[in-house]
Design a protein around this ligand. Structure first.
Ligand code: AQP
Length: 334
């Protein structure tokens, strides 16, 4: 009976490791928002993931609050969805420990994010960085999630979460639902504006490489004007034109246009006009989100009420799953 009436569950998280950027929005947040129509949604600011890389405590706290407000400004409904801060639901850490004991070392060693972050943070290759995907599996599995809307870069971690769930279920029966990734066909991998061979990333030391959701209009336009493209002049989506392809994907999302429409619009007009149009469209798109964000940041009592209530709801559900898991593995009931 419960099976037929149950609404499917969408789960995802974002790190407060810096300012949220346009690629986080295009690759993840806009899908989080859209899925609220059909799914019961759990969305989370994953502060415990963020400390796998050294964070200044004051910045981390501010970035966590800013990321939460940005989520609401982008359209996450904190009443309809359970939107919370990861460290407010301690079962995440608890389940991660249990799942660590069911995750082979070799599987974690194959994770490309670990390899990449070990290179960029060579002075701090800690055990948390290595077991990051296990904490991510715990996040997802605690809430009986069906789908996990993420960018392409998280596909490998999702596969690992599925393996962990299947392995655990194989030993203890059907404890966890095995989640599916939800990766949109377009915009799942937005590239750096300074180097279209690299993904746009909030920890990139070059601020010209990404568009922060809070960049002022002039900065947005300037960054697109200086975006690295190629030495041709034709605006068309084609293999080998990584910079232009990236700008076309971004423009397509913010202006709601197909590649064919974009190609027709800029036929014979060159890259200068195109970059200007992308910059202006992105600035127009960001403007109402920024206004909403600043309003939320000025109303601290409201935003704090939202994350506290989200935390309570997340704790109630995750503690129930955790109790089942502890029972299954043989812990004495508290
Ligand atoms: N370049 C991207 N294109 C599309 N989607 C992206 N995402 C991240 N970068 C891109 C998606 O955004 C969601 C939240 O990401 P995150 O902050 O939790 O982790 P991340 O992938 O580590 O993001 P960054 O910006 O690259 O952060 P840093 O620099 O701290 O490592 C995820 O769904 C992700 O797929």
């Amino acid at each position: 009976m419960e099976q037929t009436t149950r609404r499917k569950i969408s789960y995802s998280g974002i790190q407060p490791s810096g300012v949220i950027h346009l690629a986080n929005y295009i690759g993840a947040l806009r899908n989080w928002v859209a899925l609220q129509e059909e799914y019961d949604c759990f969305y989370c600011i994953v502060d415990m993931h963020a400390i796998t890389v050294r964070q200044d405590p004051r910045d981390l706290r501010e970035n966590t609050i800013a990321a939460y407000a940005m989520g609401v400004a982008c359209g996450i409904d904190p009443v309809k969805s359970i939107f919370y801060i990861q460290s407010h639901a301690p079962a995440h850490g608890e389940l991660a420990w249990v799942l660590n004991c069911y995750t082979p070392f070799g599987e974690l060693g194959r994770m490309t994010q670990f390899k990449e972050k070990s290179e960029t943070h060579a002075d701090n290759i800690n055990a948390g960085l290595f077991t990051y995907p296990v904490l991510q599996a715990a996040d997802i599995l605690l809430y009986d999630s069906d789908v996990v809307p993420v960018g392409e870069d998280q596909k490998q971690h999702l596969e690992l979460s599925r393996n962990i769930a299947v392995r655990f279920n194989g030993i203890y029966g059907d404890v966890f639902r095995v989640p599916e990734p939800f990766i949109s066909k377009s915009g799942a991998r937005i590239m750096s504006l300074a180097d279209p061979a690299k993904k746009m990333s909030k920890s990139d030391p070059n601020p010209r490489s990404y568009i922060s959701m809070l960049d002022p209009r002039d900065t947005v336009i300037k960054k697109f004007k200086s975006a690295v493209t190629d030495s041709e002049s034709e605006v068309c989506f084609r293999e080998g034109k990584d910079g232009i392809n990236n700008l076309m994907i971004i423009y397509g999302v913010v202006a709601g246009k197909t590649n064919n429409e974009i190609e027709r619009e800029f036929a014979g007009r060159g890259y200068g006009d195109f970059k200007m149009a992308v910059g202006e469209s992105v600035a127009d798109f960001l403007s109402p989100i920024q206004e909403k964000y600043h309003g939320l940041m000025a109303d601290r009592a409201y935003i704090e009420g939202c994350w506290k209530s989200g935390g309570e709801r997340a704790r109630a559900i995750s503690n129930r799953t955790m109790a089942t898991v502890l029972e299954k593995v043989g812990m004495v009931r508290r």
